[in-house]
Design a protein around this ligand. Structure first.
Ligand SMILES: Nc1ncnc2c1ncn2[C@@H]1O[C@H](COP(=O)(O)OP(=O)(O)OP(=O)(O)O)[C@@H](O)[C@H]1O
Ligand SMILES: [Mg+2]
Length: 153
């Protein structure tokens, strides 16, 4: 049961938040696969709601699985951005791209797309022989409102 609930919502998300959870994910991925990871979130100001954070974390995990299994990449970067209060997560690898595969054969990409659609967001996929770029976007409604100034000060 504990393992099940762990999988439903990794504890590190509750304890540390999305950016730290992604740091741990990237660290473990690099250790295990030897593929370099780079995580960038300095410009990330949004506060995605708990369920939206979980969805983004799962998208990142599934995307890294795909990089390991299909890309033949030497590095992958994850960037969190918050243009106009929306949430954007970009995952980019330097592998060989889909190489003629439609990308529609498996469940991974479809799950990612559905996870984002659930919050009114979307997943864009760009792929070429120089690599693959996934852009997951969520609307403002998937985030908590900005903290009032009195809390920030
Ligand atoms: N980063 C990537 N680099 C190269 N090819 C990729 C990448 N991500 C996905 N693909 C291609 O797209 C296909 C579909 O990916 P998807 O995750 O949906 O399914 P899968 O990984 O084959 O199976 P699973 O259902 O276990 O995820 C892959 O089989 C692969 O051909
Ligand atoms: Mg997959």
């Amino acid at each position: 049961m504990r393992r099940l609930s762990h999988d439903l919502r990794p504890r590190v998300l509750d304890d540390l938040g999305l950016s730290s959870a992604l740091e741990a994910l990237c660290h473990n991925f690099s250790e295990r696969t030897g593929i370099a990871t780079h995580l960038e979130y300095a410009a990330f100001k949004a506060r995605p709601k708990a369920e939206a954070s979980t969805a983004l974390y799962r998208v990142a995990r599934e995307a890294l699985n795909n990089v390991e299994r299909h890309a033949g990449a030497s590095s992958v970067s994850i960037t969190l951005l918050s243009p106009k209060g929306r949430v954007q997560m970009i995952i980019e690898d330097d592998g060989k791209g889909f190489a003629g595969q439609s990308g529609m054969g498996g469940l991974g990409l479809r799950n990612m797309q559905e996870r984002m659609a659930h919050f009114g967001g979307l997943l864009l996929i760009q792929t070429s022989p120089a690599g693959t770029r996934l852009q997951a976007s969520l609307p403002k409604t998937a985030s908590l409102p900005p903290a009032p100034l009195s809390e920030v000060a």
